[in-house]
Design a protein around this ligand. Sequence first.
Ligand code: NAD
Length: 259
Amino acid sequence: MPEGVAVVTGAGQGIGEACAKQLAAAGYKVSLFDINAQALSRTADAIRGAGGEAMTHVVDVSASPAVDAGIQATVVQWQSIDVIVNNAGIVVQKLMEHLTDGEWDKVVRTNLFGAFYMARAAIPYLRQSQQGGRIINISSLLSTVPRPLNGPYATSKAGMEGLTRALALELAGDHITVNAVAPGHIWTPLTEPMFTPAVQKEFERRIPLGFIGKAQAIADVVVFLASAQAAYITGQCIVTDGGYNINGNLPDVAFGENP
Ligand SMILES: NC(=O)c1ccc[n+]([C@@H]2O[C@H](COP(=O)([O-])OP(=O)(O)OC[C@H]3O[C@@H](n4cnc5c(N)ncnc54)[C@H](O)[C@@H]3O)[C@@H](O)[C@H]2O)c1
């Protein structure tokens, strides 16, 4: 069992909550960052109730002083950091020509700058990790397969994958691996309102494995990337989407087999 310290952002609900719980179950002490104090407490209570160790910090990842303070507070209490999971993310759904400067800024600042601020603050501690430091960025399928109305989101996640590769190269000599996970369509409080029965049915038709994923599926990949078994993987993005991104099938077209 690992005995390291993992920091998870956006740990109050959804994918971040699942990652925090799963890392705690794998033996990590988890430091939970979120802007929602109530949600943070719920996640931490559940982890402690299951026998794990958790601390909470109200941190807005889009503000570097808050990130620096959260990382410092974690190290003061637990002396080390082995894993960071940059999961906090937001969406603004608008055509790009209708976006305000503030809306664009907020999405890119949270999703992309937040991951940079976290990495910069944690690198000195990750470098000292006995097991080898880990940076895990939660990107999105939409970084490579965008839909309309998701301009700043798709842009920020594509940037996050660039950040993943650039950091991986810079930190390889320090035995720190840097990888991304790109979830496809996952049930969380963020997406639930979108999945009306009709929309759900259409996604199920389009996803080769035939179902919308659970947050647990992403947490499982995160725990793997954090583990010793993933020590030789760096600078990669693991798409976790039930096969959505490889699906060129046209279900309503009868192609027919060659004789
Ligand atoms: N759910 C999906 O289908 C899906 C698909 C692809 C990628 N993702 C990515 O996974 C991550 C988590 O998504 P989710 O569906 O669990 O979202 P969610 O909205 O359910 O949860 C996000 C959490 O992040 C917190 N948060 C928001 N802004 C923050 C900030 N500035 N600082 C700190 N915390 C902040 C929220 O309070 C919330 O607890 C996001 O980065 C998202 O882009 C999700």
